[in-house]
Design a protein around this ligand. Sequence first.
Ligand code: RAM
Length: 515
Amino acid sequence: MALISIIEDFHPLNSPRLLDRAAQLTPTLSRRSCKPASLCLLRADGTEESVPPEGLPELRRGDSLCLDFGEHLVGYVTLELDCAGSHQDAPAFLSLRFAETRKELEQDPAAFDGWLSRSWIQEETLHVDLLPHRLALPRRYAFRYLRLTVLDTSPKYRLVLRSAECRAVSAVDPEAAEPLASGDALLDRIHAVSLKTLAECMQEEFEDGPKRDRRLWMGDLRLQALSNAVSFRNFDLVKRCLYLFGGTRFPDGRVAANLFTRPVPEADDTFLFDYALMFPVALEEYLRETGDAEALADLYGIAMEQVDYALSELDETGRPNAQAVHDCFIDWCDELDKEACALAVLIYALDYALALARRKGDEARIEALPPKAAALRRLALDRYWSEEAGCFVSNGQQAPATQVWMVLADLGDPVRDRRAMEAASRMTGLRMNTPYMHHYYVMALLKAGMSRQAERHLKDYWGSMLDAGADTFWECWDPTEPDQSPYGGLIVNSFCHAWSCTPAYILRRCLRPSD
Ligand code: RAM
């Protein structure tokens, strides 16, 4: 299902003061120069040869050169192009494809027929009239592989690539974080790849994915901030992003699901019920790390507005209304009945709201929130727990996501939580499709006291991405269906995606390896 909202006449509610503060916190990006680690030549006749680093193969019509930079990069590419043979009597006509993974590179752009814009495919075709030429590409790419294909030269000359360079950018140095050194090679690797993923997504904002959407999303930000807190500890960037979300909102004060920062900050006209509730959650977590009084003063009211809005979306029996359920993301899973999840996320967020109220000394809320939360917990239990099924059921549907969120909502019985999570682990339908959902699955296992299973799941799920060749973690992944895409084509999936970076947090803060 397309997650697109289009409000033509959308005028966000902007707070210039908050946006100015966000602007002051814009990081200076660090830059490093990276060269390809290996090159492979694919001739027009289908023959393949690897090229020594100092080799300068001459390319004719139909030949391709595949550059492997050896690691995922986000940055700006410059190619030194030259010619060999007789005079260049016709322009060189080239195509360039950037890809984060080999599998992405193997996809045919022409075959993409999904609902997301094909402009996300990182491809260029261009003419070079005069060689030699220093081709400094203006766009930023997220990639490990670059394939240069010669669409044509002429019978008189061949194209030569003299050198290629990427100026890689990030708000942090990926090497700066301490290795896990757990003694378990797989966990160490998962931790390292999580942090590489996070570092690549830390640009002028926390981006969801540097290939796509290259944008600040609230649900992603909350998870990035958790892993950032145990690694790079760049709290200014977290603060900047919270101020951006506070600084440009829906006209009625709701925090948008995501926002654009260029040319000027502007809330996207997409609202997600569960993502807006992550604003108070992320704010409280930020304050736990920093105790930042300015942020509390500036953003407290906005955080409470999100809670008030969500509460106003419950009907008179306390059930999330159809709009709230419709506006819930939870996971890329169209068939999922999200009603129980919507209520559970709200209950979960109420605990953070209460912590914020205590910080602020907001007596009215300190008094009002606990009975509200208790009433919703009773209601959740009455409505969604089925003793007969031994799990939570949302409108007749038993789904892992429902168990996860109900357990995280902390309804107060560890034995029941465990039953729910054991049931979740046996469910075969309504599979969880994103590392976003799998993060919460691991957290729910931990909440239910199942740390061995949590560690196992972390190793199996994120480890299976490594087995499939990941050097940064992906946006969508189901090992049983490796080619799935919520967008109608793997080629536009993001293979370095913020919400998959949480093993770093889980390993450092929640799970002691081999507990
Ligand atoms: C996608 C992005 C983003 C996510 C939303 C819900 O467009 O991948 O990370 O937060 O969906």
